[in-house]
Ligand binder design. Sequence first.
Ligand code: G3P
Ligand code: CA
Length: 225
Amino acid sequence: MFLKIAHRGASKKEPENTLRSFRRALSLGSTFIECDVHICKTGELVVMHDETVDRTTNGRGKIHNKTYQELLALDDGVGEHVPRLQEVIELVHNKARINIELKGRGTGHVLAYTLAAYYSAGWKLGDFFISSFSRRELRAFRKLDRETPVGYLLTVNMFGAIHFAKKINAYSVNPNVHRVTKHFVNKAHKNNLKVFVYTVDTPEQAKKMKEMGVDGVFSDCPEEI
Ligand code: G3P
Ligand code: CA
């Protein structure tokens, strides 16, 4: 099966990483939704791509210097608020799987404890998929959680990535659309790793990825591919 993962929600049409964007992705029938997380000053996991609020809100400054109440006062796009991860998990639950990308320092550790609480409350391993470019955060997550599927995101050093992914018992390697090759896909598959490619926004690119044998793609507009 070729997976289409709604990247930051339906982020071509809605403000990225907002509840509005995730709701739209669900209404389009997305079965897999990606979001990015950081930790704010008061310790909550919050959903945002950059480490500062500058690009996506009407505020300025680093997320880790702001309390959640301060973040809540910001406009995250068309009147949306900056969501806590829990809001996104509860919105998506039983409608789609959620891919949580560990962005900020310390997110691996905090997320492992957060998921443990969800598992105790009945959520299933298959509800979650964790990924990161950061080996440090993936290792920290794996130290506490040995079972949730994880994906290693990469830009360069493609074959070193397979080695690292195996070491942390990853489910997938997630390369950039401009770097992935058929040779890489074959090598990953030989090592029992799935390949999910970011970011694929045209039907032509999607077709090329399918032909290469990749297992799924991240897209800002999953309905168009
Ligand atoms: O997980 C795929 C993709 O989201 C990685 O890049 O910069 O959009 O987080 P970025
Ligand atoms: Ca991401």
